[in-house]
Design a protein around this ligand. Structure first.
Ligand SMILES: [Zn+2]
Length: 76
């Protein structure tokens, strides 16, 4: 099994260590945003995917999460 995004070996949650780190950063920041701005997970993901300050690794994770999220919505 390899990372959901790249072909490196999985460290945790389906991500390699680099993408896991990016995911954890994204997730932690969401806690802050959620409190301050009352944004939903999806709104947050879309916002940071459009932010030019978002790093390359984080962007790959965000794009993957958005895809996942839209698939979930369709299934419901
Ligand atoms: Zn990876």
């Amino acid at each position: 099994m390899s990372c959901k995004i790249c072909s490196r070996p999985i460290k945790e949650k389906g991500y390699c260590s680099l993408h896991l780190k990016a995911y954890q950063n994204i997730y932690e920041k969401f806690g802050v945003w959620e409190k301050a701005l009352e944004v939903s997970w999806m709104d947050y993901l879309v916002k940071i995917s459009k932010n030019s300050l978002t790093g390359e690794w984080a962007k790959e994770v965000v794009e993957h999460l958005i895809e996942d999220e839209s698939r979930n919505v369709k299934e419901k």
